[in-house]
Design a protein around this ligand. Structure first.
Ligand code: ADP
Length: 480
């Protein structure tokens, strides 16, 4: 089976609003204390459009000196500014105004995200919606942060208060910047904290746009700050900083370990949201016609660059060949190309680095003995496109089954019975997500419980709801 693929993107239909925003931000700046300033070093770096490899804008490169300034602004806003002191209703009012502005600018934000990161415009809008649902959820929580009253002896009164932590550093990845940024900003500021957001160097532009809307919404100076820059540099200075009280990080396991180490100076609190190699387990009694499109979405959403991607597909042996055949047919129907075109269903990878990494895994899969049922190649010719790939004949010992690829690459592994599915599904160092497909309710609950993953879906995949926790087992995700 082959994939029709001529993804060369020569020109894109960019809206006048986003064109104007880009024109005005060719030398983007840092947002510190509600002011826009260049990096003290004067350094900038390029933000690249992954579909065309053209430069979208130059972004300020913050380093330690800028981090110091931003921490001062955030510290002052926390220690003596109005934000933690105002009534929770007033905080919620500012948050609601920010939410309205975000919704008003939804189209521009989604388009800019697609230009900067390469996700399809459909995915960009869908993820924006997820981000907004979470945002509204946390904005609503601002007024219901409550402590407890405990039994007290006569003449005593025992109670707890939920207090804000202080200055929070939010370090986010490039795969879904808006939703990641909102997941960091909303809970932090709802509780009265101040935040310094550090977007990933590969896709920072929408975070700058969010910063502009935050000022317009009326957040007092220093409550929300945005520092663009590199991981070693802005990111490490933020995580080491003795005046930062908490780091909330989403990204790779390797960097998560560095952040934990960097946090020891002042024993700051750390929340880590790391990688995954999630098992999607399909039993022979599953509703196959429903399971196939979800199995497709599980490894191709965001071009596979999702921490919860279902990148290991376990299918009960008697169903495996039929299932893989149907899935390959759907893969063949994907439209690879310009992510701004609404008809496109698979965009490029987000960066040259990611393209090289995924290309390396495609080669490693074949060298390791796996069979590319469909795909298997990177696509030369401009833009960071690779073929969506189903590897059959995989077992859990292969690199492609053990390591997080973060690309549209699926490993298919057969299993015999429930025990085998659980054993193989759990045979990974990660434990973020999992799914089980079956018509048997009892089996669904049993397997969901036995799979060691923070989120287990039943007869669906990658559904996110802000009321549900995003926890995890093993190195996939840790909360410290
Ligand atoms: P990925 O491997 O998915 O690119 P990373 O974990 O490298 O993800 O990056 C996620 C975020 O962490 C980015 O904002 C990046 O700049 C930041 N980062 C990278 N290295 C460090 C570091 N040593 N300290 C703090 N932040 C870092």
């Amino acid at each position: 089976m082959t994939i029709a693929s001529d993804p060369l993107v020569t020109s894109q239909r960019i809206s006048t609003a986003v064109e104007a925003w880009l024109d005005a931000h060719q030398q983007a700046q840092l947002m510190i204390g509600n002011r826009w300033v260049p990096a003290q070093s004067g350094k900038t770096f390029e933000s690249i459009n992954p579909a065309t490899e053209n430069v979208l804008a130059h972004v300020a490169e913050a380093d330690r000196a800028d981090v110091d300034d931003a921490v001062k602004a955030a510290r002052e806003a926390f220690d003596s500014g109005p934000w933690p002191r105002m009534s929770s209703h007033d905080r919620a009012r500012v948050m609601r105004r920010f939410g309205e502005l975000l919704e008003e600018h939804a189209d521009q934000l989604a388009e800019l995200e697609t230009l900067d990161n390469g996700m399809t415009i459909g995915a960009s809008k869908a993820f924006f919606k997820v981000g907004m649902e979470s945002y509204h959820f946390f904005a609503g929580q601002a007024t219901v942060v409550m402590g407890h009253t405990m039994p007290s002896a006569e003449g005593m009164f025992n109670y707890t208060r939920r207090e804000p932590i202080g200055v929070v550093g939010g370090i986010i990845p490039w795969n879904a910047p808006i939703v990641s940024a909102l997941w960091k900003i909303a809970p932090a500021v709802a509780c009265g904290n101040t935040i310094i957001l550090k977007p990933a160097e590969q896709a920072s532009l929408t975070c700058l746009y969010l910063g502009e809307l935050a000022i317009e919404a009326g957040f007092p100076a220093g409550v929300i700050n945005v520092l663009t820059g590199f991981g070693p540099g802005a990111g490490s200075a933020l995580s080491e900083h003795l005046d930062v009280d908490k780091i909330s990080f989403t990204g790779s396991t390797e960097v998560g370990k560095l952040i934990l180490q960097a946090s020891t100076g002042n024993l700051k609190r750390v929340t880590l949201e790391l990688g995954g190699k999630s098992p999607n387990v399909v039993f022979a009694d599953a509703a196959v016609e429903e399971a196939v499109p979800y199995a497709l979405a599980a490894f191709t959403t965001l071009t596979g660059q999702a921490c919860g991607a279902g990148s290991r597909l376990f299918v009960q042996r008697e169903l495996k060949d039929e299932f893989v055949e149907k899935l390959a047919q759907q893969v063949a129907g994907l439209k690879i190309g310009d992510p701004l075109d609404p008809a496109t269903t698979l965009g490029p990878l987000a960066s040259r680095e990611q393209f090289d990494r995924v290309s390396g895994y495609l080669a490693a899969g074949k060298e390791g003995g796996a069979i590319a049922k469909i795909g298997g190649e990177a696509l030369a010719g401009g833009g960071y496109f690779v073929q969506p790939t189903i590897f059959d004949g995989v077992d859990n010992s292969m690199r492609i089954a053990r390591e997080e690829i973060f690309g549209p690459v699926l490993s298919v592994i057969p299993f015999s019975d429930e025990d085998d599915a659980v054993f193989q599904g759990n045979d990974t160092t990660y434990g973020l997500g999992a799914s089980v497909w079956t018509r048997d309710v009892s089996r669904a609950h049993t397997i969901a419980h036995r799979l060691k993953a923070g989120m287990v879906w039943v007869n669906t995949y990658l559904e996110l709801d802000p009321t549900m926790p995003l926890g995890g087992f093993k190195i996939g995700r840790a909360h410290v």
